[in-house]
Design a protein around this ligand. Sequence first.
Ligand SMILES: Nc1ncnc2c1ncn2[C@@H]1O[C@H](COP(=O)(O)OP(=O)(O)OP(=O)(O)O)[C@@H](O)[C@H]1O
Ligand SMILES: [Mg+2]
Length: 456
Amino acid sequence: MVFKMSEKERVRLIKEIDSLRKEIEGRLVPLERISPGTPATFISVGGGELGDLAITAAGRHFGGARGGIISVAFDKYHGFPAQDAADYTEVFDMMDGDQLEKMVKKYIPDPRAPHAIYLEVERIDTQRAYKLGMEDGYRIMSTPYGPLVCMDRHATKLMFEKLGLKMAPWAYANSESGVREAAGKFGLPVIVKPVMTSSGHGTSIVRTEKELNESYRHSVEHARGVGDEVIVEKYLPEVKEKGTEITQIVVRHFNTEGRIVSTCLPPIEHRRPGATYHESWLPSTISAEAASKCREGAMKIADFMGGIGIYAVEQFVVGDEVYNNEVANRPHDTGLVTRWMLNMDEGALQLVSTLGMPIDPSMVELSRHGAFGVAHVVLAPEGIKEGTTVQEFNLKGLHAGLPGGLKGDLWIFGKPTAYAGRRMGLAFSYAVSLDQARANAERIAHMAETQFVYKG
Ligand SMILES: Nc1ncnc2c1ncn2[C@@H]1O[C@H](COP(=O)(O)OP(=O)(O)OP(=O)(O)O)[C@@H](O)[C@H]1O
Ligand SMILES: [Mg+2]
């Protein structure tokens, strides 16, 4: 069950965070040594590519179970990306709280043992996760209340307001007339978003009076049964016209003195022609003043929310102005580019920080200098049916299709089936010029897309 709050409960939750944070942080202890005799357990609730990056880090950085870190991954279907990488896996519906609790307790019978539970996906029983964290003493990372704030746009806006952060003008509405009223106040265009969604489900940009009513209906119909409450925002066309988008990741972690601190990663820049992640790169091209505002906003959020682990703050940047949009209390798909561009990628940082190990600031610095590195999604074709199986990937075709000199890499996630537009992999390229790196990454991605052979 996804925990759905009333307006009053949201206000109360934001007021309570100070005390919840103190309670949670008071229980956290640094992990000073790892030992195969008394291993720490890392559970990724969700084993897509983001979970895979954290699970594989247990092996890459620490030798896995033999080094002292047991990795466990849950997901709802067989063949999920982290399934072959984790020491133990379970396949079940994570929206079922009883199952979720049973599986957590199977691998971590005693919550006092060193462990961390990373909520990689949103489609889980967040109320049960909250209870496991607040009442049973499990280390739900970054915090047990994180999903309640970060998955709820209204709660997120209330937090931004409390922290004095700049954002697009917004209003809450739960009726067509409420949407109208907000639009009247801001002027068209506006963007109408269900309170609880991601990947653009139920969201619409409204440019005409006629579209206003449709936008509310669209939200109610497409937002998985929780679309009757919406946030209306002033749509900022200048973001796409002359601005850009940033994901400012902050990792909260123990330092070598055993204190919890927040460290910012370099800002990740991204572009999205549609509603979902398309390409992202490092370093960003924003001004020093904008970068400083990005860091300032994200640090305020991470320090307010507390706990340990990654916070990813989505921001719109126009010139030197920064508008905070939303927050993920976990690694972010645009951050997958860190795999090739930072000393430690966001998966490894999530693993290390949530288990309570110290992080040195040099770990989050750029690993490649004098070049832009761009990651570009590899998607399944439009027009294929849900459940279409992946038969093969033609490596020879890929190499034949790409001329020499396209410096890059390809990460195939290994998903067993596809649907139209499903993310199947990620292409990467780097070059001195950003335009060149973007063009190369796109070239590799599009060539890779044609090398999958699907059946069914
Ligand atoms: N007020 C706005 N003005 C201009 N562009 C906006 C505004 N709100 C959203 N967008 C555009 O729409 C995209 C998606 O918005 P948002 O992140 O709020 O929705 P989402 O459904 O959570 O998407 P995702 O899960 O992919 O992050 C933004 O990244 C941005 O490109
Ligand atoms: Mg977003």
